[in-house]
Write a protein that binds this ligand. Structure first.
Ligand SMILES: C[S@@+](CC[C@H](N)C(=O)[O-])C[C@H]1O[C@@H](n2cnc3c(N)ncnc32)[C@H](O)[C@@H]1O
Length: 377
C-alpha cells in the first residue's frame, strides 16, 4: 500500500508532472498509485524526492517496497528476433523502470531480417539457432523469444524435455534456458498455440518450463487492440521467473491510437488497387466508418473495421484494403505493430511487409515486460 496519489494531489501535481520529475512513465506511476505495481527502491526514492516527502510517509511499510536490485546492465538475449519487436518493447520497459539494458545476443535465420536488424540496432543477428551451441552464448539475465508458429510436434508422452521438444524451435529455447539459467524469460506465440492438439502442446511447454527447468510460469492470451494499437492481433504471452510471482493481466490503456494516427497522408500510386478491384469491392460493401480497413475473407465476404485485422507475414497485402482502395504501406504496417517511425526501412516493400506481419505488437509486449520485471527480479 502507498499514499502516492494522495500526496501527489496534496502537492497539486498532475500524474504527468510527477512522472516527469521521477523519470518514469505516467502509466507506471498510475500502476503504482493504483497499487498494481511495487516500485523498486530506487524509483520509490525518486518519487519521494519529487514529492519532497520521507519515503516512509509515502509507503506505509518500506519493506513492502520491492527492494529489487536489477543487474546493471540487465543483459538480455533476443531469439527469433525478426526486426526487433522485443528489443523495442524491452528497451521501452527498461527506460520506464529506470533500468539499463544490454542486448548480448540476437538470432534470426532470415537474411533480410538480419539486414533490417543490423541497420536499426547496429549488430547483425547470428543465423540458425539450431546450429548455435548454447554454451557459447554469453551469460544473460532475461531471454526474449517470439518463436515461430511452425507446426508443433511436441509429444506429451515422452519423458524429458529433450524427448518431448526435440525437432521444434521451442527445444532450442529450452536447451538455452537449461544451460544458461537466466532469471526470467518472456515468450510470444500465436493464439492457436492455446488450442493446439486440444491444449496438449501448450501444456507440454508449460510442464517443461516448470517441472524440467524449474521456473515459475504464467501465460495469457492478449490482444493488441487492448493495448492502444488499432490492430486485432491475439497472441499468447508466456512469462517465467526463478522467483514466484503473481502477474496481473488486466491492463488499461487510456490513449488508444486510431487509424488516423497510423495512416500516411500521402501514399504512392503503387499501393492502390486496380480500378476493377476497387469497383468490385465497393459494389459488395459499404463501410460504416471512415477511415476503415476492409477485410476480405476466404469466401470473398467483405467486412470493414476502424482497425486492422491481424497482419500476416504472407497474405495481408492482398486481403486488407484501406477504405477499400489501397494496400497498407510498409510504414503503416510497422506502425500497426507499434514500431516507431525511426525504424529504418532498408529492405524491399515485400520483405518489410513480411517482417511487419511476423513482428510482435511492441506496445503490448512493452507493457507486459514493464509490469513483469519488478516481480521477476
Ligand atoms: C514470429 S517471427 C518473430 C518476429 C520478432 N518477434 C519481431 O518482432 O520481429 C519468427 C522469426 O524466427 C525466425 N526463425 C525461424 N527459424 C529460425 C531458426 N532456426 N533460427 C533462428 N531464427 C529462426 C524467422 O526468420 C522469423 O523472423
Amino acid at each position: 500500500m502507498n499514499r502516492v496519489q494522495e500526496i501527489r494531489k496534496e502537492r497539486n501535481f498532475t500524474q504527468e508532472q510527477l512522472a516527469n520529475f521521477a523519470e518514469i512513465s505516467r502509466k507506471y506511476l498510475s500502476n503504482i498509485e493504483n497499487q498494481l505495481a511495487n516500485p523498486s527502491i530506487d524509483i520509490a526514492f525518486r518519487i519521494s524526492n519529487a514529492l519532497n516527502v520521507d519515503i516512509d510517509k509515502l509507503f506505509f511499510d518500506v519493506s513492502e517496497v520491492n527492494s529489487v536490485v536489477y543487474p546493471e546492465p540487465l543483459k538480455y538475449i533476443d531469439l527469433f528476433c525478426g526486426i526487433g519487436g522485443f528489443r523495442y518493447a524491452s528497451e521501452r520497459a527498461y527506460n520506464n523502470l529506470g533500468i539499463l539494458g544490454e542486448c548480448v545476443f540476437s538470432s534470426d535465420i532470415d537474411k533480410y531480417a538480419q539486414d533490417a536488424y543490423e541497420a536499426n540496432f547496429g549488430e547483425r543477428p547470428v543465423g540458425d539457432i539450431t546450429k548455435v551451441n548454447e554454451k557459447e552464448i554469453p551469460d544473460f539475465d532475461i531471454l526474449f523469444a517470439g518463436f515461430p508458429c511452425q507446426s508443433f510436434s511436441i509429444c506429451g508422452l515422452l519423458k524429458g524435455f529433450e524427448d518431448k521438444a526435440r525437432g521444434t524451435l521451442f527445444f532450442d529455447i529450452a536447451r538455452i534456458l537449461k544451460e544458461k539459467k537466466p532469471q526470467a524469460f518472456v515468450l510470444e506465440n500465436v493464439k492457436n498455440l492455446v488450442g493446439h492438439d486440444r491444449g496438449k502442446t501448450l501444456q507440454t511447454i508449460l510442464e517443461i518450463l516448470r517441472d524440467e527447468l524449474g521456473y515459475h510460469v504464467d501465460f495469457h492470451l492478449l490482444n493488441a487492440l487492448d493495448f492502444g494499437l488499432p490492430q486485432k492481433r491475439e497472441r499468447v504471452i508466456i512469462v517465467g521467473s526463478k522467483k514466484p510471482f503473481k502477474m496481473n493481466w488486466d491492463f488499461s490503456v487510456e490513449h488508444k491510437k486510431t487509424l488516423n494516427d497510423i495512416l500516411e497522408k500521402s501514399v504512392a500510386q503503387k499501393h492502390f488497387a486496380s480500378p476493377e478491384i476497387v469497383a468490385k469491392r465497393k459494389s459488395k460493401h459499404v463501410a460504416k466508418t471512415f477511415p476503415s480497413i476492409w477485410h476480405e475473407n476466404k469466401s470473398g465476404n467483405i467486412s470493414s473495421y476502424p482497425y486492422s485485422c491481424a497482419l500476416r507475414a504472407g497474405a495481408s497485402y492482398n486481403y486488407l484494403l484501406v477504405n477499400g482502395e489501397r494496400r497498407l504501406t510498409p510504414r503503416e504496417m510497422l506502425r500497426l505493430q507499434g514500431f516507431p517511425d525511426q525504424f529504418k526501412i532498408i529492405v524491399s516493400d515485400c520483405q518489410t511487409r513480411k517482417q511487419a506481419g511476423n513482428a510482435i505488437p511492441v506496445d503490448m509486449v512493452a507493457m507486459v515486460i514493464e509490469r513483469f520485471l519488478p516481480m521477476a527480479f
